[in-house]
Design a protein around this ligand. Sequence first.
Ligand code: UN1
Length: 505
Amino acid sequence: MMHGTDDAKAILQRLGVPATVFASGDLPARSPINGQVIGHLRADTAEEAKVKIGRAAYAFKEWRLIPAPRRGEFVRLLGEELRAAKTDLGMLVTLEAGKIVSEGLGEVQEMIDICDYAVGLSRQLFGLTIATERPSHRMMETWHPLGVCGVISAFNFPVAVWSWNAALAFVCGDPVVWKPSEKTMLTALAVQALVKRAADKFGGVPDGLHEVLIGGRDLGELLVDDHRVPVVSATGSTAMGRHVGPKLASRFARAILELGGNNAAIVAPSADLDLALRGIAFAAMGTAGQRCTTLRRLFVHESVYDTLVPRLRKVYGSVKIGDPRENGVLVGPLIDKGAYEGMVRALDEARAAGATITGGERQNIGGADAYYVSPALVEVKAHDGPVKRETFAPILYVMRYSKFEDAIAMQNDVGAGLSSSLFTLDMREAETFVSVAGSDCGIANVNIGPSGAEIGGAFGGEKETGGGREAGSDAWKAYMRRATNTINYGTTLPLAQGVSFDIAE
Ligand code: UN1
């Protein structure tokens, strides 16, 4: 068995982070695998953070003038660095966030994918040419770089969510100032070193194109409040979003919010139950229930409940929990004690309301400072109480339904609106689910679970999830500003709407 501490240090050094950076300071970086401290970092002071934002604002003046396809070349080089570093960076994600190896690698793959996407996008940042009502006029849209993009990211996808924002921001002409989670600062430093490698290869990247703020919530606030940052993409809880959203609105900055989810799956009578079982297991237990897209609520039709749920109970009882580096382990640790306590609270509440719980116990793995739990399958009587809020832990609440419309209504009857799914072979149900009368979420899937989206689609959700969209489709538009241009190449000045305004001379 590898030793977490030494491993992380060796990886960081290979990725180009000098040992001095994580050798001393007030901020301990811990591994949830065993609770051990794997480094110490020094927090940026408010003054230092402001200087970094200033450097990024200065870099904008230069970066915005570099043609977008050239900016794309920088992102292509970054993608190459990520390919070369995939094993190391993936393992660092495993060490710092506790993901199983395959998911750690998957997260880095997601970064590579968005880089590839952004390279192509760098030649497609186009606007429309629009018919004008005036003769000898042309009307068009131009998309311009917006300015410094602030990125606030969470521990659970410590690097992929950064890359969705950064790869797009870079090709769109925006520098990035990144405030990573205090729980995953080492992966952020590793990424910063890889960005630097790509920048050195590119040559001529302005100083300050990418800055990392190391520290606590105060630095996130500072970023949110700084008028030199016109767009902030923030990933985290709905509570965080309620705080950040109004602050950004008060200075008319753009907010890309990716907040809580309380994602559901509906299993209909016609569902392929083998497929549903696999889909549910990955979505509910994967990443130890710590994805914003994790499956948290399951509505099973009464005609298949007694076939599916016992099978699910069996899977819950047999899934391997343990050190995420070990072969065969599917469920690693919770991030910390707070996460464990949140899980206990939710389960206590459900139990008090009469739920039947399979699993949910703390496991004796990794020592006193590590928090491993068996995933909990919680059969509830009513769609109420803890079922209706997000607990960032592997808890799956299961309920019966009899009418499809009721299942859709329950699935929509929560604050969050991130992701949703339906298992069915009935095309009427499938089409209804993805129609306006179906799921109210930003992501609605059929015959796959709610998690594990690929980068080509826009990622994000409605209602208390915050409304932001990141990654694919036209999410890039949030990182640019649109100018509508009307050009008169004639010799007269016809006014729109037939207005006349004849001056005497
Ligand atoms: C998150 O949990 O913040 O769709 C992001 C998914 C991943 C991203 C999750 N591609 O589950």
